[in-house]
Design a protein around this ligand. Sequence first.
Ligand code: AMP
Length: 222
Amino acid sequence: MRIVLLGAPGAGKGTQAKRLADRFHMRHLSSGDILRAEKSSGSDLGKTLAQYMDAGKLVPDDVVVRVMAQAIAAPRQETGLLLDGFPRTVPQARALDVQLEALGAPLDLVAAIDVPESLIVERITGRRSCPQCGEAYHVRFLPPRQAGVCDKCGSRLVQRDDDKEEVVRKRLAVYREQTEPLVEYYRRKDAGKVLFFDGAKAPDAVTADMVETLGRYQQSEG
Ligand code: AMP
């Protein structure tokens, strides 16, 4: 299966993407992770990326499309593809369509995770992660045993620059303006391929909904 996962920042895309990719043997490509890795490499491209990412702005389409096209084209064992965070604008979606058509591997489904904005702000601003081992926490929903300290390796937890409230509000506005129109873009192409999931539920319940629906789709496709 080749799937695009849509949802505002903080809708739980990353968590669900990892679980679904495991369950259905899909390659999980997160544009945020790929761009953050480039950013922390300190390369010239990384420095340019930081200017956009730390301000909660989208990285320009041509840059993201180039980086993601390379990742998508890289040969891998997994047959499926789960795109998380890409595309985020209509021009990116068009570029992706062109690439996948050329590869003879068009999208099967678009899965949109819906969450009210107030809940998103609470979820994102409470996120903390361990800079050493990558373990993820939430000050309210998934607190470490000792505040601010990683359970696994004892390092001091950090908050991503773009998870600060002011930046989160900006990212949500960007999402509404630039990414939400993608739902309509994909619905106009084929409304039957766009599926909606209630992301206000607990993460495990969302996973259960998604696994059931995607499993049914996979079976119907033989
Ligand atoms: P994420 O982890 O998906 O929230 O992405 C973090 C940041 O990376 C975003 O706020 C953007 O600055 C940048 N980014 C990730 N994916 C894209 C994309 N498809 N288009 C433009 N910018 C992106």
